[in-house]
Design a protein around this ligand. Structure first.
Ligand code: EPZ
Length: 426
């Protein structure tokens, strides 16, 4: 069963700060980025509870008494999504000081688009070497009933920060050039449950009419399934499975990944059924690499949603490394996100860097080796490579993997994969 989406639950947890009441967020994954975000909420004065439940854990946040507007580097540096506390604290306390965020080393991760969005909303924004600070000055003579902000790139995080800050302003804000990922819609739907008036979610133009403050006594909200986790298991099923069903995903959110696997020759069927009174989807994948030589899709270009996701780019590399033919892979979101490709070469994968990305020549098989995770999706990619390769593979630095996958080894073992977690003393 696919867990709740990491990249949806994290901004929604930031958003719970805006509610002077209790938010019960359901279908949360138990991953270290969530635990880090819970710690930050507690530091800011919230009461936070993690209630284990299967399927779909619950996180209860009581943000009645938020009493701090500053987040130190010691916490902010642990994950990229800490940056969304900037918008949430600005909405709640009308000021914020957040240390620069951490995040996977997958390329440049500036926050200039976040900064510009705050300024274009009329929020005073200053940066020093370590923190970004915001302050909202209320001027009764506010002449502009609507603030227009223009994102130079559909940044997911900057769109989220702009939405969060705008939710705390009384004038309308229109975000042009907004990201359209499903995680953006999930955050927007939480803000609408809170009481913000939002139009245009899922389009590049989002209009938000916020209010000074919010107080929902007991707001219950469900997180969408994780489309990247689902894509991880689709690719694993295509690589080493023989008729695997993946439950609890939203197929429409994973269309590009499923289309690529179909192009490579997999047989993919979608069924629907009722579970717990709700309609559920199951994706059945057969005719994978176990049964026949899959063929190269030719070119994969990772780009903003609804294109093939950058987060699935590392994941599909092992499958391309044993497909018949040559594949060019370009990542327009993080052009240098190919550390996983370099690590994959240790298994005998025939990969070379090109001017705009990488070129992969499919081989008969990969051979097991000692591999390292350098980021979350790269680590998961090495596990897929290990399942595909002949012989044993050890993947080090599983902490990266635990940042974003809830029960990965258990789920792969349930699929029949021979995988064991071992702790090696440093
Ligand atoms: C989010 O990161 C996700 N993380 C990433 O997932 C995902 O890869 C990325 O969106 C793209 O989909 C979370 O949601 C926590 P961006 P984010 O801002 O918001 C440039 C995973 O594995 N940019 O959309 O940081 C940036 O350098 C992680 O789950 C600026 O130039 O991504 C990049 O090239 C990895 N200035 C591009 O935009 C800015 O101010 C996209 O970044 C912000 C971004």
């Amino acid at each position: 069963m696919i867990s709740g989406a990491k990249n949806a639950v994290l901004p929604v947890l930031s958003a719970t700060l805006i509610n002077k009441g209790i938010s019960r967020i359901i279908n949360c994954p138990d991953i270290s980025d969530v635990r880090t975000t819970m710690d930050i909420l507690k530091d800011l004065g919230c009461k936070v509870k993690f209630i284990k439940k299967s399927p779909g854990n619950i996180i209860e946040v009581d943000a009645t008494n938020v009493n701090k507007s500053k987040i130190e580097a010691s916490k902010a540096c642990l994950c990229r999504s800490s940056v969304t506390f900037l918008g949430a604290l600005t909405a709640r306390l009308k000021e914020a000081e957040v240390a620069y965020p951490g995040g996977c080393t997958i390329g440049e991760r500036p926050i200039d688009i976040h900064e510009t969005a705050m300024r274009e909303m009329g929020i005073e924004t200053t940066l020093n070497n370590t923190h970004i600070k915001t302050k909202v000055f209320r001027t009764d003579c506010n002449t502009e009933p609507t603030k227009n902000i223009y994102l130079k790139f559909p940044s997911v995080g900057a769109t989220e920060n702009a939405m969060l800050a705008a939710a705390g302003l009384e004038e309308s804000v229109i975000i042009y050039g907004a990201a359209t990922e499903p995680e953006i819609l999930c955050l927007g739907n939480y803000l609408k449950e809170l009481g913000a008036k939002i139009q245009g979610l899922g389009t590049g133009c989002i209009k938000i009419k916020g209010q000074k403050d919010y107080a929902k006594e007991n707001l219950i909200f469900k997180i969408i399934p994780d489309r990247i986790e689902a894509s991880t298991y689709f690719i694993t099923a295509a690589a080493v499975g023989d008729g695997i069903s993946v439950h609890g995903c939203i197929p429409a959110h994973c269309k590009e990944t499923l289309d690529i696997l179909r192009t490579m020759g997999c047989n993919i069927k979608e069924h629907k059924y009722k579970y717990d009174g709700q309609e559920q989807s199951v994706i059945e994948i057969s005719d994978g690499a176990i049964r026949k030589k899959l063929k190269s899709p030719g070119v994969i270009i990772a780009d903003a949603y609804p294109s093939f996701p950058t987060d699935a780019q590392s994941l599909i590399l092992p499958l391309l490394a044993v497909a018949k033919g040559e594949t060019y892979v370009i990542d327009k979101i993080f052009p240098k996100r190919f550390k996983a490709a370099e690590e994959l070469m240790k298994t005998g994968a025939k990969i070379k860097h090109t001017e705009s990305g990488i070129h992969i020549t499919g081989r008969n098989h990969l051979k097991g080796n000692i591999l390292y995770s350098y980021d979350l999706r790269g680590g998961a990619s090495m596990i897929i490579a290990g399942l595909l390769a002949h012989g044993q593979t050890s993947v080090y630095d599983e902490d990266y993997i635990k940042r974003g996958y809830d029960g990965l080894t258990e789920k792969i073992r349930a699929l029949g994969g021979d995988i064991t977690e071992c702790h090696v003393d440093p």
